[in-house]
Design a protein around this ligand. Structure first.
Ligand code: SF4
Ligand code: FES
Length: 373
């Protein structure tokens, strides 16, 4: 009999796919869950109780835009009572004084705000939302005023990498305890827009130097996490800390995924918390078992001394680039496909006039008032 897996560290609760923004690198699937398919308050509260009982420590309330849910403060309060550390991952355009105070009072532990740039004009073009940047700046200050720790999540790509120094200065000025300099990842919407987003190697080198210098300068003031674009890396990241090892993701309608992009991989069936307990899905759902551990690995991963460091990289990226989710991640220099990936990155990033963005759009984005779902 196989040993049951340890519980995940964290639950990513995608409360809704509704979002006022339309970012062309959105991590949500191309096929978005409609508002009427979302789980209601009681169903999410039940999920939070199950997560705490499993030994999960953290819940990240995410979306879409989780603040589009009128019951967010109720869910935060429920998480706090269940003993879960709660983080709100938000675009912050709906975060005003009233809601910041309500979330702090409900026991929210942390806020992470994504920024599309440092200047309103270009940042709002990326967000597809006029006025977004000013609202984000204001919301970041409200977050700090409410006594909540702040992480600035700066999503970087060819259009804003040349503003890396200004990005670091903006985060420090906002009083962020942490800055994530996160290059766009190319799955779903990001993959659709790759040719418009992929940076040049020279941009990457400049960014790396700026981040290293800022880490020294801001030691003890602000932590800077740095996610490099996989296509230029020599070894892949340990995506999700390994498939089915540390994180579990639940979609607005209740499907349980090993990562936010897992539904891009064909042939995997994802169970729902509406049908089966979360702990049972985590332990033995075929979709979780498929790439858990090292038994599934092909060569060169199988005999590589990094196999329990990066867990073979990213399954979604392997499918996107190699057409096979069970292949070594082509971002790895040991993959036979790595040369093709580098050539592709260099070819697409060299195009002087990148294509226009394909925005992530829902036909209608209802933002519900408190008291409703
Ligand atoms: Fe990681 Fe596989 Fe590359 Fe080794 S061969 S570094 S395990 S992706
Ligand atoms: Fe799915 Fe990396 S995004 S495994």
């Amino acid at each position: 009999m196989s040993v049951p897996p340890a519980p995940p560290l964290a639950l990513l609760a995608e409360l809704t796919h509704r979002c006022p923004l339309q970012c062309p690198y959105c991590s949500n699937p191309l096929e978005l869950d409609r508002a009427n398919a979302e789980m209601d308050t009681a169903a999410w509260q039940n999920v939070l109780d199950q997560a705490a009982a499993m030994g999960i420590l953290q819940v990240h309330f995410s979306g879409g835009e989780p603040m589009a849910r009128g019951d967010l403060a109720d869910l935060v309060r429920h998480a706090a009572r269940a003993g879960l550390y709660s983080n709100l991952i938000t675009s912050a355009v709906l975060l005003d004084e009233r809601r910041a105070a309500a979330l702090a009072e409900a026991g929210l532990d942390h806020v992470q705000i994504s920024f599309q740039g440092t200047e309103a004009g270009p940042a709002d073009v990326v967000a597809g939302y006029s006025g977004a940047h000013e609202k984000k700046l204001r919301a970041a200050r409200l977050t700090r005023d409410a006594g909540l720790p702040l992480t600035v999540n700066a999503v970087m790509h060819r259009g804003n990498l040349d503003r890396i120094e200004a990005t670091i200065a903006m985060a420090a000025d906002l009083g962020a305890a942490r800055l994530e300099v996160a290059h766009v990842q190319y799955y779903g919407w990001g993959l659709k827009n790759r040719a418009a987003l992929i940076p040049t190697r020279a941009q990457l080198e400049h960014t790396t130097a700026a981040v290293m210098a800022a880490r020294e300068r801001l030691k003890g003031v602000m932590v800077i996490d740095y996610v490099v674009p996989d296509y230029y890396a020599a070894r892949p990241k340990a995506c999700m800390g390994g498939w089915g090892r540390q994180f579990v993701n639940i979609t607005p309608s209740g499907r349980v995924l090993p990562c936010h992009a897992a539904e891009t991989i064909p042939g995997l069936a994802f169970e729902s918390v509406r049908d089966r307990p979360l702990a049972a899905i985590w332990a033995d759902s075929p979709a979780f078992r498929r790439f858990r551990g090292t038994d599934w690995m092909p060569e060169p991963c199988r005999s590589c001394d990094r196999r329990e460091v990066d867990w073979g990289g990213c399954r979604c990226q392997a499918f996107a680039l190699a057409g096979d989710a069970a292949a070594t991640d082509p971002a790895c220099a040991l993959s036979p496909k790595h040369g093709d990936v580098l050539a592709l990155a260099e070819r697409e990033s060299a195009v002087m006039a990148p294509p226009a963005f394909v925005y992530r759009r829902m036909e209608k984005i209802p933002v519900l008032e408190p008291g409703k779902k």
